[in-house]
Design a protein around this ligand. Structure first.
Ligand SMILES: NC(=O)c1ccc[n+]([C@@H]2O[C@H](COP(=O)([O-])OP(=O)(O)OC[C@H]3O[C@@H](n4cnc5c(N)ncnc54)[C@H](O)[C@@H]3O)[C@@H](O)[C@H]2O)c1
Length: 385
């Protein structure tokens, strides 16, 4: 591990926020980067990254495939400045829905509200940082006041919007995005949440209580008696309905974590629970640092997902995992995609179609229920066996 103890070279002492402000980087489609990926990235994980770029641009993006693309985001990517890549692929219609950790959406709000996160070092004295009121995410530094001010904005939004009752996270994030644009006109150019709302891209969170957004919703219930309730059932059904309606399904998975499974479970929800066989995901791209040997879902391969009916067994050549830090892989991947022939698609604006898609899911599921043969009464169990 590249660890240096506090005070060793690299310790900046004092002026912790003097590093450059982290800005969202927007990929431009650099021909040099494309050349590097096509000709320089030939083997090992560079080879897999090159393969991922090809699967995305030459297969998933082909207009005739009409692939519905889900992007999943785990790891602290918005604090690291990767929100600009996400905005670019949303704006170009290259992704149709997003499943993210709440943290990435919460930290995106700092950008929307014009607070600054700074480049720093991972080798600092955290006790000193604590005493100076500075928060550290690896080498990203910002004052604790950024958290307090962002939390205040969320609580003001909850009061102002009078949101009540049960709702999906996609609805909540859509309303939040609209509010951000109203409060800070133009912020959609530097906020994923705002840009997604503008472009009609639904954003889901697989564990809504697990972030400062969820923490402030909980506060609002306890302190203000709010009835607003994030309803994960709606999220499960909406994601499932989006997947069902797609001609082909494909995913770009950044990191692993619960967003990865929340996307992939859509196929088993269809065949195992609703009795609607969709055939599994058609394209699978993952950039991760997780290893398969630990047995966790984050590092599980597309081949393993076949056994669950999550990935179509016939499409394994169209699946790839590149074991690489996604703060490196994703900007390269996006540069490649933006510079490719199929670099823009009409946006599906699924946020406005969720109700109709869930109604279709219900109709198809009811049809399956009507067609099911009537089961014989289960034989009495011999308890003495
Ligand atoms: N204040 C907040 O709102 C806040 C802050 C931090 C985390 N959280 C919550 O904690 C949970 C975990 O957060 P997390 O996603 O940051 O951490 P995590 O460590 O759980 O990472 C999730 C997955 O992504 C992988 N990953 C992480 N960084 C990567 C990288 N650079 N490249 C490739 N793969 C990478 C991990 O190996 C793991 O599989 C989330 O649910 C999040 O919402 C909340």
């Amino acid at each position: 591990m590249p660890h240096r103890s506090p005070g060793a070279p690299g310790h900046r002492g004092g002026n912790y926020l003097s590093g450059k402000v982290i800005k969202y980087y927007r990929p431009k489609g650099s021909a040099e980067v494309r050349h590097l990926i096509d000709h320089g990235f030939q083997a090992f994980n560079a080879g897999r990254l090159s393969e991922a770029c090809n699967i995305f641009t030459e297969k998933m993006m082909l207009p005739e495939h009409e692939t519905t693309v889900g992007l999943t985001i785990a790891g602290a990517l918005t604090p690291a400045g990767l929100g600009g890549c996400v905005i670019e692929v949303i704006e170009r219609g290259l992704v149709d829905f997003i499943i993210s950790t709440g943290a990435n959406l919460y930290h995106d709000l700092h950008y929307a509200l014009n607070f600054s996160l700074h480049r720093g070092s991972p080798f600092l004295d955290d006790v000193e940082l604590y005493e100076e009121g500075i928060i550290r995410i690896y080498d990203v530094l910002f004052p604790a006041t950024v958290l307090l001010e962002t939390d205040k904005y969320i609580r003001d939004f909850l009061v102002r919007s009078k949101l009540s009752g049960a709702m999906s996270t996609s609805e909540f994030h859509y309303r939040l995005g609209l509010d951000l644009m109203e409060q800070n006109p133009g912020c959609e150019e530097y906020s994923v949440v705002a840009h997604a709302a503008k472009s009609g891209v639904p954003i889901y969170t697989s564990s809504p209580g697990d972030s400062s957004i969820g923490m402030n919703i909980a506060y609002h219930e306890l302190m203000n008696g709010s009835t607003l309730m994030i309803d994960p059932n709606r999220d499960v059904n909406e994601v499932c309905a989006i997947i069902l309606a797609a001609k082909k399904n494909g995913c770009v998975i950044l990191g692993g974590g619960s967003p990865k499974n929340f996307y992939l479970q859509g196929q088993p929800t269809l065949w195992e629970v609703y009795g609607i066989p969709k055939g599994g995901n058609d394209y699978f791209i993952q950039f991760t640092t997780d290893q398969v040997v630990w047995g966790g879902l984050s590092g599980a391969t597309p081949a393993e997902a076949v056994s669950w009916g999550k990935v179509n067994p016939g499409v394994l050549p169209d699946t790839v995992v590149s074991y690489v830090d996604s703060t490196i892989a994703f900007p390269l991947f996006c540069e490649y995609a933006v510079g490719s022939e199929h670099n823009r698609r009409p946006r599906k604006e699924l946020v406005h179609k969720r109700e109709a898609l869930v109604a279709d899911l219900l109709e198809q599921a009811k049809k399956v229920g009507d067609e099911k043969p009537i089961q014989d009464e289960p034989a009495e169990i011999d308890r003495h066996r």
